[in-house]
Design a protein around this ligand. Structure first.
Ligand SMILES: NC(=O)c1ccc[n+]([C@@H]2O[C@H](COP(=O)([O-])OP(=O)(O)OC[C@H]3O[C@@H](n4cnc5c(N)ncnc54)[C@H](O)[C@@H]3O)[C@@H](O)[C@H]2O)c1
Length: 250
């Protein structure tokens, strides 16, 4: 199947990493549904993407199944089959473990982990119905690989995504649906972020800088492509070496 005929949904595509992934997939020739809770920002992002003729904006709240089903129906109506799902929508809220409320915990888990489960299940059923296989790429984080201050809920949600990716890969393999995750490290997505990450990050990151959204998008685009044909259930770090480093000096 040529790239031109392939179709993708990118959740959380209105800004940051999701927008960069949507743009990369559009440049690669896919038709892209850029789905976000913030519909206005999604519409603006879709219009700004260079290959905008191949990008449509969709509204979705990934924590709510009826909203996901409506979004997938609309994507299907406008674009036909869904070949690729990028589960990128997430909230990066932080709070100290001892002060964390149940509501805070529930809200982070509901969007980050629940969103991947629900979007993945709805779209996988559609891919199975279509009978042509597919690719699902979940956006995890280095916070899902090791602990981090303030990240009890966020880190647990991302660790959950990594394990969910493995199980989805096992259960969806018979349908030729390959499921992988990309785990970004600190990535500069906003202009008000400092030029360099905190010293506690820099000191253990071989590449010692923020990632750019486009660098994460390159990895996600490979995992979403037909070229990724014998890799499933894996998490690929796009993190400047942050998660592999040990002794950095001496
Ligand atoms: N930026 C980083 O340093 C970094 C590092 C590791 C992992 N990540 C992960 O990458 C993903 C994107 O991060 P980002 O920095 O681009 O975030 P961002 O906040 O810039 O963008 C996230 C997008 O998701 C949307 N969104 C939030 N909740 C939603 C919901 N319930 N339904 C639909 N859309 C929703 C937002 O409206 C926003 O457009 C997240 O999953 C995040 O956890 C980011």
């Amino acid at each position: 199947m040529s790239e031109f005929q392939r179709t993708a949904i990118v959740t959380g595509g209105a800004r940051g990493i999701g927008r960069a992934i949507a743009e990369k997939l559009a440049i690669d020739g896919l038709r892209v549904g850029l789905a976000d809770k913030d519909e206005e920002a999604a519409t603006q992002a879709a219009q700004r993407i260079k290959s905008s003729s191949r990008v449509i904006a969709l509204e979705v709240d990934v924590s709510l199944r009826p909203s996901i089903e409506k979004m997938v129906d609309e994507a299907t109506r406008q674009m036909g089959n869904i070949d690729v799902l990028i589960c990128n929508a997430g909230i990066m809220d932080r709070a100290p473990f001892l002060d964390m409320s149940d509501d805070f915990w529930d809200s982070v888990l509901k969007v980050n982990l629940g969103g991947v489960f629900k979007c993945g299940q709805v779209v996988a059923k559609k891919m199975i119905q279509q009978g042509k296989g597919g690719r699902i790429v979940n956006v995890a984080s280095n916070s899902g690989i090791f602990g981090g201050r303030g990240r009890a809920a966020y880190g647990a949600s991302k660790a959950g995504i990594i394990n969910l990716t493995q199980t989805m890969a096992i259960e969806l393999a018979e349908h030729d649906i390959l499921v992988n995750a990309v785990a970004p490290g600190p990535t500069k997505t906003r202009s008000d972020q400092p030029d360099r990450p905190w010293p506690s990050v820099i000191n253990r990151m071989p590449l010692a800088r923020y990632g750019r959204p486009e660098e994460i998008a390159e990895v996600a685009a490979f995992l979403a492509s037909p070229k990724c044909s014998f890799t499933t259930g894996h998490v690929i770090g796009a993190d400047g070496g942050f998660t592999i480093s040990g002794i950095m000096e001496g």
